[in-house]
Design a protein around this ligand. Structure first.
Ligand code: 4AD
Ligand code: MG
Length: 480
């Protein structure tokens, strides 16, 4: 029986229950109290052993990390800290864990640093912190599908291997089936990709947007939810080389409707987590509060984790143009605090994450949607405004995270898009199909991409993006 079922059983039927549970031993105190966890909940099941009834050999094998099966009577607990406990009648050792070996791992019962846990990524899901994060991640993924399915969107599977660069930023991982030691060469001595598996150069997708656009122009409302890959050399707490992205795309939606969708969607999934991950969020909140205590007063967060999430759900996101934001940043005095030291004084510059966080955390004190960015710093596919200088781009900025969503209204005019691709050096031969879409019943349409891990980071309060994905891929790191 899963532990989550056990924990609710006694409320529904107060009679005594004979139960069988399996799980991993978290602790075994005084040869009497086993804390057992099967991963279904943050709450351990307490199993009470009358040690006189059991053989010494069996008791010796009930060690931290071992997998066991317990048969016994489920009763209301006399002790504090848990509602129910199991009076153990029989124990079977399913998989032993040698205490000497366990001592060398993160399974040993003490608080290990997150860096240490990363080195043992195959074991870290057995810790409270990681199991809480990963259950929340799973719930959020479900909420995302639920939101779109309830709202008439079709789930579209964008290809992983593509022949194009959707963002035009050149941050792609190449995919090749050629023998690296002996690749075919062309007459100039360069690798001849015409002889490669697909007869051309291919790469892992950086975004499913362009393909999603083609589907939105047939199905109306679509969303992708899949892995995306970026070979950008950013060693930060918010970048991964492999991350999951959710990309809705909607025919006939302009930028305002796109902003409405992003805000409604984000509020829905954050609220879903509040309602469905209460135990895990409570645990993560306590963990964060302990961390906060070690910080100087001025750097402590003034809101607890769930309060922060509730704030997102209950308040409107502030919508501000890039130009207004630059004015605010120009007016803001250089702050003594290092974080916001760098001031921007030039229209057209790209915002650094410290600017974004200044706007959200210090100025507006709420999530911000920045829109109408300079065309020069945004991708080729965004719709040009009448001023000829700005595009219908939008970024959603979050406290503690910075950019969590990037999106836009797309350029639907054939001639304007063609011109833009030319000036931005995008090869028309590679994206002929994307251009052609504008020839047959073109229409206003828009969409955005939510970085799934950044959202999981926000909801769980984890400081580093490497700690919200099972096996993080970052520069120099693909150990597991
Ligand atoms: O702003 P980005 O690059 O936008 C796109 O890819 C568009 N094609 C999306 C669209 O309009 N359909 O990426 C979107 C989001 C970012 O806001 C960020 O949350 C996340 O994806 N993201 C990353 N997350 C983790 N690691 C990285 N290296 C990321 N790069 C982007
Ligand atoms: Mg972006």
């Amino acid at each position: 029986m899963q532990h989550t079922e056990i924990l609710t059983l006694i409320q529904s039927e107060p009679s005594l229950h004979q139960v069988i549970v399996k799980g991993w031993v978290r602790s075994f105190r005084s040869n009497r109290f086993i804390a057992l966890n099967d991963g279904s909940t943050i709450k351990n099941i307490q199993c009470v052993v009358d040690f006189e009834k059991f053989e010494e050999e069996t008791l010796k094998k009930i060690t931290v990390g071992a997998a066991i099966e317990v048969k016994g009577l489920l009763v209301e607990s006399q002790g504090q800290g848990q509602a129910v406990e199991i009076q153990v009648e029989a124990v079977e050792i399913l998989g032993e864990a040698n205490p000497e070996d366990v001592k060398l791992t993160i399974l040993s019962p003490k608080r290990h640093s997150l860096e240490k846990l990363r080195e043992q990524a195959h074991l870290r899901v057995r810790t409270n912190t990681f199991s809480a994060v990963m259950r929340t991640r799973s719930k959020l993924a479900f909420a995302i599908h639920e939101y779109f399915q309830k709202n008439g969107f079709n789930y579209m599977h964008a290809p992983i291997i593509t022949g194009s660069d959707a963002e035009g930023a050149g941050e792609m991982f190449r995919v090749s089936a050629l023998d690296p030691k002996n690749p075919p060469l062309d007459e100039n001595g360069n690798i001849n990709y015409k002889e490669d598996f697909f007869g051309k150069e291919t790469n892992l997708t950086v975004s499913g947007q362009l393909e999603a656009e083609t589907y939105a122009m047939g199905l109306g409302k679509v969303y992708t939810f899949g892995p995306t890959f970026r070979a950008e050399n950013s060693n930060t707490s918010r970048h991964l080389a492999e991350f999951w992205m959710i990309e809705p795309e909607v025919a006939f939606n302009d930028l305002d409707a796109n902003m409405d969708l992003a805000e409604d969607f984000i509020k829905y999934i954050v609220n879903y987590a509040l309602e469905n991950c209460a135990d895990d969020l409570e645990f993560l909140e306590d963990r964060l509060l302990q961390d906060e205590k070690s910080k100087p007063q001025a750097e402590r967060s003034d809101m607890a984790l769930r309060e922060k999430l509730k704030f997102i759900v209950d308040n409107n996101f502030k919508r501000v143009t890039y130009t207004e934001a630059i004015e605010i940043l120009k007016r803001s005095k250089p702050n003594q605090k290092k974080k916001f030291k760098y001031i921007i004084d030039e229209w057209g510059a790209d915002l650094q994450s410290e600017h974004e966080r200044f706007l959200v955390e210090k100025h507006f004190k709420c999530p911000v949607i920045l829109f109408d960015y300079p065309a020069k710093i945004k991708a080729f596919y965004m719709r040009l405004n009448d001023d000829g200088n700005t595009v219908r781009a939008m970024d959603v900025l979050f406290p503690g995270i910075g950019e969590i969503v990037g999106g836009s209204q797309r350029e639907e005019r054939y001639d304007v898009l063609k011109q833009k691709m030319e000036t931005m050096g995008i090869d028309e031969k590679e994206l002929w199909w994307y251009l052609e879409l504008r020839k047959f019943g073109t229409a206003v349409h828009s969409g955005f991409g939510l970085g799934f891990e950044r959202m999981v980071q926000f909801v769980t309060g984890m400081g580093n993006i490497r700690d919200v994905i099972p096996y993080p891929r970052t520069p120099g790191n693909a150990e597991f």
